[in-house]
Design a protein around this ligand. Sequence first.
Ligand code: MG
Length: 272
Amino acid sequence: MKRESINKKTFKNLQECELFILDLDGTIYIGDELIYGAIDFVEHLKNLGKKFVYLTNNSSRASSDYVKILKSMGFSCEKENVFTSGMATGMYLIKRYPKKKVYLVGTEALKIELNSYGIEINNEDADVVVVGYDKELTYAKLLKATHFIRKGVPYIATHPDLVCPLPHGELAPDCGSICSLLEKSTSRQPDIIIGKPNPFMIKLLSNKLNINVDKICSIGDRLYTDILATKNSGAISILVLSGESTISMVDKSEFKPDFIYNSVYDLINIIS
Ligand SMILES: [Mg+2]
């Protein structure tokens, strides 16, 4: 299956990309299973001297966890190759709310990640509330978050995903579902949602690595997160059909990816 150049982006634009952003689930693996050719594709990028970053909305794990997981699966991965919505939230907080105390509905791993940016997590006296994909959620946390959000403090969510895919087709309630619960108890939605489809993470990478968005290609399997974030950023988007999306979903979608391929394996022959 090949559908190329649906929009104005050309192969030349794609060849000239310096940074490739890779979604994880549905793009380079599904659950515990590798997508065929995904490791070879990353090695191909390395051999071409292209930069690559694995980008995920999942804020339940620290970036160091992803380095370990991706390495154990056989992928080339160092610290600079991982970017999570938790990291982006840390960068947003230090810029927008420096020295402010944060109440966190999140995992211990996210707490450590935010601490690494110098952010103080405080359970008693918060200036900002941050909600992530909290696999260690308790009623006590929801109670405190409701208290602070109702008081009117700035309220940030790491990402909007309602569910996270689990093995055997199961789904876990994700950050968006926790925010939906808090919306019922506070009548407030997050003031900002950091992860995809917000182009914020792609723009942060563009600034951090000093690579213009027109030299960035972002590859993912979801139209309404990966592709929409990329469109909103101005980067080149590639939809792979190895995960959630089908061609009929693309046909029905208001926005289209720049390029569509079956999987990242196809890209080994395309990007040279
Ligand atoms: Mg995905």
